[in-house]
Design a protein around this ligand. Structure first.
Ligand code: PNS
Length: 164
């Protein structure tokens, strides 16, 4: 029975991520959604907030039977600590490929015991990213079709706080 880890910044989680989680959940007997503490881009939400928002969003989407964790440092160390066999990532357009390819090969060099597994995005989410959601939200746009309502509320609260 395989265990997988789905890592990311999740700043914040979107419906595209949730679709990947739902599909990965069917293939793996155990799934960890792992929120990186220090992403290379500076996050809007703290790691604690991203974990809480991710848990609430998955609960709202009716997805259970998985764990949301956070990690600092190398992904492969987190995967080892949780006895994972596979690393799950989503693939959208061509533009994702180079980065994902580099990351998968680096992770394999560092730790050959993990297999990277890619899920093609659902067509309706192929344009969607956390950055786009933040930008639309920042300018007062409606993000209700991109994220669950708990995420929408968290974005509103955060942006109001930043503006005050
Ligand atoms: O959602 P993102 O920002 O595309 O996710 C990238 C992430 C967090 C999976 C990746 O940057 C990561 O695992 N960082 C932790 C440090 C690490 O292990 N780097 C080596 C992999 S190339």
């Amino acid at each position: 029975m395989a265990t997988a880890i789905y890592p990311g910044s999740f700043d914040p989680i979107t419906n595209g991520h949730i679709d990947i989680v739902r599909r990965a959940r069917k293939l793996f007997s155990k799934l960890y959604v792992a929120v990186v503490a220090n992403p290379h881009k500076s996050p809007l939400f703290t790691v604690e907030e991203r974990v809480d928002i991710t848990k609430a969003a998955l609960a709202e989407a009716g997805i259970n039977g998985l764990e949301v964790i956070s990690y600092d440092g190398l992904l492969i160390e987190c995967a080892r600590d949780h006895a994972a066999n596979a690393i799950v990532r989503g693939l959208r357009a061509n533009s994702d490929f180079e980065y994902e390819f580099q990351m998968a090969l680096t992770n394999r060099d560092l730790a050959s015991e993990f297999e990277s597994v890619f899920f093609m995005t659902a067509k309706k989410y192929s344009f969607l990213s956390s950055s786009i959601v933040k930008e639309v939200s920042m300018y007062g746009g409606d993000v209700s079709t991109f994220v669950p309502s708990s995420v929408e509320q968290a974005l509103r609260r955060k942006l109001e706080k930043k503006a005050s």
